[in-house]
Design a protein around this ligand. Structure first.
Ligand code: NAP
Length: 305
């Protein structure tokens, strides 16, 4: 009793579908046959109702009794039923439904594949633009806004819109560091030069509208505008004077300072005190007084802590 294995059904899925289809067709034809019988009985009943029982007696259309039209209408419905069973269901049966479904599924799959492709393309464009922005951002970060100044022991930087000393090695260093770069300056410092300095882009800050701008000189009306026009330079320099130094000190990353070892009591322009809690000295080179230099001085590099 327990040892006997239940026999596996030999009917596969395809056969099952054929059987179900055949059963469905049988049911359809059965219904058609019943419809035919009811139609015959109903027609006879309509004729008798009018002729024997006198229902709707005298009601005519186009000289014909009403039951003629009722039977014709019913016959039309019956014909439609016949058409459905033998024509429509033959061509639009389960196979047709399956075929339509397959077409629909393949269309949907194509659409999904297309959307996937578009999505991948979009993703790669976004990734590229992100990478581009990151590179731009890192390049921006690399830009090292540097302040360059020469100051006395009492932080003096100038008098009567001129420097108070002449130190040729300091000027050489200034030239070496700033050549090829943007040099940002106040209008007064710019006017203290006999001519624009060669091989540098001058950015002059003034509040005056329509300040004349010779070739190679960019005139701007604010410090922010000066930073903006110099942003593609990896090392723009703030070169003075007193007013611009004070305003720019908060924005610079580096200070190249020449400390002139003398107090200049007559100066009228000064550099702010360097706050060593913010600025770290990273390099220092001393120069003694000599026949070319009236004062001893030191080159000191500070970076923001
Ligand atoms: N020792 C050094 O290393 C060194 C370096 C450079 C200069 N200096 C000396 O410094 C002195 C000049 O300095 P300074 O303070 O008198 O003048 P400055 O800083 O060179 O220029 C001041 C002018 O810049 C413009 N300005 C300032 N802030 C501005 C802002 N926020 N927006 C728009 N424009 C602005 C104004 O021009 P407008 O009046 O046209 O509006 C202002 O009059 C000179 O003696 C020079 O020799 C020394």
């Amino acid at each position: 009793m327990f040892g006997k294995k239940k026999e596996k059904s030999q009917i596969d899925q395809e056969q099952l579908e054929l059987i179900q289809n055949a059963q469905h067709r049988v049911r359809q034809k059965k219904r058609l046959y019943i419809h035919f019988v009811i139609f015959l009985i109903g027609s006879i009943f309509l004729i008798l109702a009018n002729t024997v029982l006198g229902i709707g007696e005298g009601v005519t259309f186009f000289d014909k009794d009403w039951f003629v039209f009722a039977i014709i209408l019913w016959l039309f419905l019956f014909c439609y039923h016949v058409f459905n069973v033998f024509i429509t269901h033959r061509f639009m049966g389960k196979d047709w439904e399956k075929q339509q479904l397959d077409i629909l599924v393949s269309k949907q799959q194509d659409r999904i594949a297309k959307l996937k492709k578009e999505f991948i393309n979009e993703e790669s464009i976004i990734a590229q633009s992100q990478a581009y922005n990151e590179v731009q951002e890192s390049q921006k970060k690399k830009s090292e806004l540097t302040l360059i100044v020469a100051v006395g022991e009492n932080n003096a930087i100038g008098k009567d819109n001129q420097l108070i000393w002449h130190l040729s090695d300091d000027l050489k260093r200034f030239k070496t560091l700033t050549s090829g770069h943007h040099i940002i300056m106040g209008r007064k410092t710019y006017e203290s030069f006999p001519n624009p300095l060669p091989n540098r882009t001058h950015v002059v800050i003034t509040r005056q509208e329509n300040y004349p701008s010779p070739a190679g000189v960019i005139i701007v009306n604010s410090l922010e505008a000066a930073f903006e026009v110099s942003k593609n330079d990896e090392q723009p320099f703030i070169i003075g004077g007193g007013e611009i130094y004070k305003q720019a000190l908060n924005f610079v990353n580096k200070i190249e300072l020449t400390r002139v070892h003398f107090k200049f009591p007559d100066a009228d322009t000064f550099f702010p005190e360097i706050d060593t809690s913010i600025w770290q000295e990273v390099d220092k080179t001393n120069h003694l007084k000599d026949e070319k230099h009236d004062y001893a001085f030191s080159f000191i590099t500070y970076i923001r802590k």
